[in-house]
Design a protein around this ligand. Structure first.
Ligand SMILES: [Zn+2]
Length: 445
């Protein structure tokens, strides 16, 4: 009955994904490498990376200098003539997308190249693409594979072991072996492709039961694929993108080096290997692919943030353009460099609050306000204005914007005096407003 499983029906997991994304983790420690002859032959056939490997052995230097970004695409099912659905991509569209990748001059890398880069053993061009296809639908072989072969693009198929050689819609071992000889890598997508509700039910039975469940999904599937195909399985795609921190040590124990979510975003060298972003390409939302190609727009966003880091006439906290970890910071201006200040005239305005009850300390000459209610927005603008003694008009106000780390938005509130007057929001709004299509992507696969 696994055939009836539809990734497209999992609309309810968005909030859960958000909650579990970004939790702390330790790096995978497996040294397993896929060194198959096929993989090597394929890599040899691919164009060499534009950037030569760095001789540096200092990991920190590499991290600091490696600005490469990889757009990981996640596909599912394909059709020739059928109308597109979220999880079903018409092959003409698929072909157009591969053509666009080619036209943009983007290199499509192998999973091994990706892993070598993540481990600091190789470099990549500034922008490259990694193609993944989830679930193991037969159309991967009948529809997508011929087009991928035509373009000479490598790809990774994420299989769940219960859905191989099962009925007419799954891939067969023979098909998989053929594709693996021509550019395909396989990875695990669990044993049974459990819905989040099934994962949560296992979790509720207690730590031991959950461990057994996770081992059955993460470790058994890896062992099955390795025995069945004689290949080292080094990566995992969370079914539906759903993951919890308990999965990370199990994944490490299994020897997975990289694990993929369905959270859209570009992978950088520093992206946590347990929760790598991936652009799920939805048949009915062309913008999901457009966004996956938007390397430059992200750079522009970073430039915009860099502009916020301006020099201030008077020292301020939190620093302009920098992110803080607390949502209840102390906002402070040091006005000791100011002559003839009329303290009575001081006004602090904070976005989302309006006029703040900030207090002037004549001794330190600071004007400050301890935020009490958690800031909701991932960025916060502050203005401080004043008049000089006996002046009629206000001086040009100080104006700056600081940021709040999204990854810390779920943390218990720190540094705050009284209890917050309202509960913390479950999730901060993203810095770049997410498009509706991307939220859809989060909720599916
Ligand atoms: Zn799936």
């Amino acid at each position: 009955m696994k055939i009836q499983y539809s990734c497209g029906s999992m609309r309810h997991i968005l909030s859960t994904i958000f909650l579990v994304i970004g939790l702390g983790f330790s790096s995978p420690n497996s040294e397993a490498e896929d060194s198959s002859a096929t993989q090597k032959a394929l890599e040899a056939a691919l164009p060499a990376p534009a950037v030569s490997p760095s001789p540096s052995t200092d990991a920190s230097v590499q991290i600091a200098t490696d600005k490469s970004k990889v757009s990981v695409l996640g596909y599912h099912d394909f059709a020739h003539r059928q109308a597109a659905t979220e999880m079903l991509l018409p092959t003409p569209t698929f072909r157009e997308q591969l053509q666009e990748i080619k036209d943009r001059g983007l290199q499509v890398i192998t999973m091994q190249q990706f892993l070598d880069w993540k481990h600091g053993n190789a470099t990549l061009p500034a922008h490259s693409v990694l193609i993944t296809i989830d679930d193991g639908w037969r159309t991967v072989y009948t529809h997508a594979y011929p087009i991928l072969k035509e373009f000479g693009y490598p790809f990774t198929i994420y299989l769940y072991s219960d859905f191989i050689d099962t009925g007419s819609r799954s891939l067969t071992t023979k098909m998989l072996k053929e594709m693996m000889e021509h550019g395909a890598t396989i990875g695990s997508h669990s044993t049974s492709h459990p819905y989040p509700s099934k994962v949560k039910a296992a979790q509720e039975k207690g730590p031991n039961a959950y461990q057994t469940f996770l081992k059955g999904e993460l470790i058994k599937s890896k062992e099955f694929l390795e025995n069945h195909f004689g290949k080292n399985i080094t990566t995992y795609a969370y079914p539906g993108g759903y993951h919890t921190p308990e999965m990370y040590p199990v994944a490490d124990q299994a020897g997975y080096q990289c694990l993929f979510t369905v959270k859209p975003g570009m992978v950088t060298k520093d992206s946590p290997n347990h929760t790598l972003p991936r652009h799920i390409i939805l048949g009915t939302y062309p913008s999901s692919f457009e966004r996956a190609m938007r390397f430059v727009a992200i750079d522009k966003e970073q430039q915009r943030l860099a502009k916020l880091r301006k020099a201030m006439a008077h020292p301020v906290l939190p620093r302009p353009g920098f992110a803080i970890d607390t949502r209840t910071p102390r906002i402070e201006v040091d006005l000791s460099g100011l002559e003839n200040l009329d303290p009575e005239s001081l006004v602090m305005r904070v976005a989302g609050f309006g006029k703040a009850p900030a207090v002037y300390d004549p001794e330190s000459k600071t004007f400050s306000w301890q935020v009490q209610r958690p800031l909701r927005s991932p960025q916060c603008n502050v203005t401080v204005s004043w008049k000089h003694l006996e002046a009629d008009s206000y001086e040009k106000p100080l104006d700056w914007t600081f940021l709040i780390n999204r990854s810390n938005s779920y943390l218990p509130l720190r540094d705050q005096a009284p209890e917050p007057t309202e509960p913390a929001p479950a999730e901060q709004k993203p810095l770049v407003p997410a498009q509706p299509t991307l939220e859809k992507a989060e909720s599916q696969t």
